[in-house]
Design a protein around this ligand. Structure first.
Ligand code: FMN
Length: 244
């Protein structure tokens, strides 16, 4: 019996026995089964107080529409930025957020669960029950620094800490510009620990015609990284990717 890696993900393996011959069809069926098994079913989404709240809210919408169970966390500063950038009043109590967004996006009960900054009994606080992946979007330099230092002082920092130690995908979406040496060192530190730094830098090669087109560019890249299918924009090399 020996192990064979499938695809580019280091955690996707199947066991082969030398006695059975595998055809290309067997291989593809197994690969699809493994990919399906590994499709994230739960994603922790944290909104922090950086500019770029439309990215985070659009990501939440796309995750919910894709049927993903979302554990939503947001900081106090995120509430201020949401109001400033989107005229959006995030509920002061996290427990009201599930109904707030559930109504907005037509989400069935239970699919979205929101937790406050010190709800240490939330699933995401423990390595025994983490989400399949976590995204912090937008991500402040403060939260980035706390993660880089392993602070785990609130539920967002703790959930990120857990994602790293449990080798779950952690995607950080900073907006800050320019970046100081401290920011860059913190980014390198978390990247070395396994996080993905995905700056909110939209491209222009798809000829965006609106702010929504720019937002969707970044959200599409995040969804790609957490393995959620979407049709926000055509992929490079596919018909239509030169249109707006
Ligand atoms: C409108 C607004 C925009 C902000 N934009 C950023 C930003 O892009 N990046 C950043 O690191 N902090 C930004 N801040 C500052 C953070 O909100 C602040 O450092 C806060 O303490 C971060 O806390 P949190 O990481 O718990 O959300 C902004 C604040 C406001 C009010």
């Amino acid at each position: 019996m020996y192990w064979c890696a499938i695809g580019s993900c280091q955690r996707e393996y199947v066991v082969f026995t030398p006695l059975k011959t595998f055809t290309a069809k067997d291989f593809l069926e197994r690969k699809n089964r493994v990919l399906h098994m590994n499709k994230p079913r739960t994603i922790t989404l944290a909104l922090t107080g950086a500019s770029g709240m439309p990215y985070g809210i659009r990501l939440l919408e796309c995750l919910l529409r894709a049927g993903v169970t979302v554990y939503l966390l947001y900081s106090q500063a995120a509430q201020i930025v949401a109001r400033q950038e989107m005229d959006l009043s995030l509920p002061a109590r996290a427990r009201d957020a599930a109904e707030f967004f559930g109504t907005r996006f037509g989400t069935p009960p239970g699919q979205l669960q929101a937790f406050g900054r010190e709800e240490w009994f939330a699933p995401v606080a423990s390595g025994s029950n983490p989400a399949d992946a976590m995204v912090i979007c937008p991500c402040t330099m403060g939260t980035l620094a706390a993660i880089a230092a392993g602070m785990a002082d609130n539920l967002i920092e703790r959930a990120a800490d857990v994602a790293l130690k449990e080798a779950r995908k952690l995607v950080l979406v900073p907006r800050e510009t320019p970046l100081s040496a401290i920011h860059l060192e913190n980014m390198l530190r978390v990247a070395r620990a396994g996080a993905i730094i995905l700056p909110a830098n939209p491209g222009f090669y798809h000829h965006p015609q609106s702010v929504q087109g720019l937002v969707d560019f970044v959200v599409a890249r995040i969804l790609d990284h957490v393995g959620i299918e979407h049709d926000l924009m055509p992929r490079w090399g596919e018909a239509g990717n030169n249109e707006g």
